[in-house]
Write a protein that binds this ligand. Structure first.
Ligand code: ADP
Ligand code: MG
Length: 353
């Protein structure tokens, strides 16, 4: 549906703000280098204040970078005002026109472009079909639920057929259940429209559910750009490992090729570029190990709780408390607080940082 899918490239982009409290300048975004493929769905993910909105607003043209250049397709766009950029933004607040009906809200951008009436009608009708609001043209936007308003906002952005669609936490005003169904809808609509999407969220599960790639940010810096799977299994650093899902960190020493020593036991672990003798921190996801009578690493159970789909354990490896989710516990032995047991690791599950 989009005229042309466009890629976005950020080269050495920085934004400096003055902290109103201290009066000091700081980098809200520092030396960001990003390449977003045409037609892909990419999420800027990170905790509040890490620079996601600032990055998105620089792409949209609402803020200008202090350093670096932004490209839309092959065109440098720093000098272009937002309306000249071939981008459209969907806001958290929807920003709908309250005294207009759905049709007029969606048609607004096309009327500004002086498009002819019959063409506007066709385009608006098509888009309302795509976002699941067919037949609702005459409803006033202040009579709609939050989810419906979000669909109108999305239709209004899509109808002008931008090269790139930008979203800033679009679901944060919706309740938890609706957030989950709307994110699936947004992904479907992006795929059907065949459009490049850049999406800002602080919610890691939302990011994992919808993205081809995640761009993980922390304090103005890009920490990792990868598929959600690679961010989860092969985090670049402790921040990423902690931010994406839950992680345990075990102190270890490299013993050999893909072999580490944890608390006196030899354990198989991907060691990357670490040399023998190096200290490292081994990332263990809670679902990456189970408890049994014998195995790789001896532990003591400090907490044990039945959660239905898994048995939730906290176990002690030396002095380190490790959280384990032992899935489908119906037919396995349940360990109690104070029991000794062994951790068994799933194949290829440990990763050294
Ligand atoms: P995020 O969207 O990841 O929560 P933002 O990009 O909004 O973060 O903000 C990044 C940092 O820049 C924060 O410390 C924020 O307080 C600061 N900031 C954002 N806009 C301004 C501004 N106009 N003036 C000064 N500081 C700002
Ligand atoms: Mg923000």
């Amino acid at each position: 549906m989009a005229k042309e899918k466009k890629g976005v490239r950020l080269e050495h982009i920085s934004k400096i703000y003055k902290d109103p409290k201290t009066g000091k300048n700081f980098y809200a975004v520092k030396d960001a280098n990003l390449e977003i493929e045409p037609g892909s769905f990419v999420t800027l993910l990170g905790p509040s204040g890490c620079g996601k909105t600032t990055t998105l607003r620089m792409i949209a043209g609402f803020e200008s970078p202090d350093e670096g250049e932004i490209y839309l397709g092959n065109e440098p766009i720093n000098a272009l005002t937002p309306n000249k950029r071939d981008t459209a933004m969907v806001f958290q607040s929807y920003a709908l026109l309250p005294h207009y009906n759905i049709f007029d809200n969606v048609a607004y951008g096309l009327k500004l472009r002086k498009m002819d009436k019959a063409e506007i009608k066709k385009k608006v009708t098509d888009i309302l079909g795509l976002v699941g609001l067919e037949g609702m043209e005459n409803r006033m936007t202040n009579q709609l639920s939050g989810g419906q308003q979000q669909r109108v906002a999305l239709a209004r952005a899509l109808v002008i057929e931008p090269g790139v669609l930008l979203f800033d936490e679009p679901l944060s005003n919706l309740d938890a259940k609706l957030r989950v169904s709307m994110r699936t809808e947004i992904r479907r609509i992006q795929q059907e429209a065949g459009i490049t999407a850049i999406y800002v969220t602080h919610d890691q599960s939302e990011a994992m559910a919808i993205s081809d790639k995640v761009i993980i940010m922390n304090k103005g810096l890009v920490e990792q750009i990868s598929t959600p799977q690679d961010a989860y299994y092969y985090p670049n650093n402790r921040f990423v490992a902690d931010f994406i899902g839950e992680a345990n960190f075990l102190d270890a020493t490299v013993e050999g090729q893909d072999m580490v020593n944890i608390n006196g036991s030899k354990v198989k672990c991907a060691t990357g570029s670490f040399a023998v003798g190096n200290k490292c921190s081994v990332v263990l996801r809670p679902e990456g190990a189970s408890l049994s009578e014998n195995g790789a690493l001896k532990v003591k159970v400090a907490y044990s709780c039945f959660m239905g789909s898994y048995q939730d354990y906290h176990v002690k490896v030396g002095d380190t408390l490790v959280k384990i989710q032992d899935y489908n516990p119906k037919n396995s032995k349940i360990y109690k607080v104070g029991d000794e047991a062994y951790l068994n690791f799933a194949e290829n599950t440990l990763y050294a940082l």
